[in-house]
Write a protein that binds this ligand. Structure first.
Ligand code: GRF
Length: 199
């Protein structure tokens, strides 16, 4: 409703950033009137998503996960501590994972109950984990899709907010399915945010 303070969204992304850009542009175009992106956080200093945020005037925070490698081991505890501090300071109403390639730890998840959401390129609970589009093709499924869901401590689980489906074509390749599914992901994420931000 006009006049209300927009919900503060923080996006976490590690790579290409097409979902991030779709969300940011939907907000700019007035499709999600009750939202604003407070910041983009990435764990990768070379991620293309950073440029997409900067060119849209969205504040960017890089918390390089590689810098937390000590003697060839990822110091997850220190990384999560810094990420948690960063998130707390941003006072998010919603944290959106959009191709964020690290798992979030228990403390972060428990600090923001019901406020962290993710998009996954399959019809969960099917095809969890990596290469979901390839998993769908290999399984012989006739359709697949994407899922926006709340994030819990179990990978790719948590209550489902919204799903959309597409048919898997004959002779479908992983690449063709990824590229046909992406616009569906964008629309699904935008619709899920519209619903979450309006109540
Ligand atoms: C998307 O397929 C999303 O479902 C998955 O990671 C990919 C991120 O793509 N979690 P992009 O960086 O948003 O283009």
């Amino acid at each position: 409703m006009a006049g209300l303070t927009p919900k503060r969204i923080v996006v976490l992304a590690s790579g290409r950033g097409s979902n991030f850009a779709a969300i940011a542009d939907a907000i700019t175009n007035g499709q999600i009137p009750e939202a604003q992106i407070a910041a983009l956080i990435s764990n990768k200093p070379q991620a293309p998503v950073l440029e997409l945020a900067q060119s849209r005037g969205i504040p960017v925070i890089v918390l390089e996960s590689k810098a937390f490698r000590k003697e060839n081991r990822f110091d997850r505890i220190s990384y999560e501590k810094d990420l948690l501090n960063c998130l707390r300071a941003l006072k998010p109403d919603l944290i959106c994972l959009a191709g964020y390639l690290l798992l979030l730890g228990k403390e972060i998840i428990q600090t923001f109950p019901g406020k962290i959401i993710n998009i996954h390129p399959s019809l969960l609970p099917l095809f969890k984990g990596l290469h979901s589009q390839k998993q769908a093709i290999v399984s012989g499924a006739k359709e697949t899709g994407c899922t926006v869901h709340f994030v819990t401590e179990s990978l790719d689980e948590g209550p489902i907010i919204l799903q959309n489906r597409i048919t898997i074509l004959e002779n479908e390749t992983e690449e063709s399915l990824i590229s046909r599914l992406l616009p569906v992901e964008h629309a699904t994420y935008i619709e899920a945010l519209k619903r979450l931000c309006s109540n």
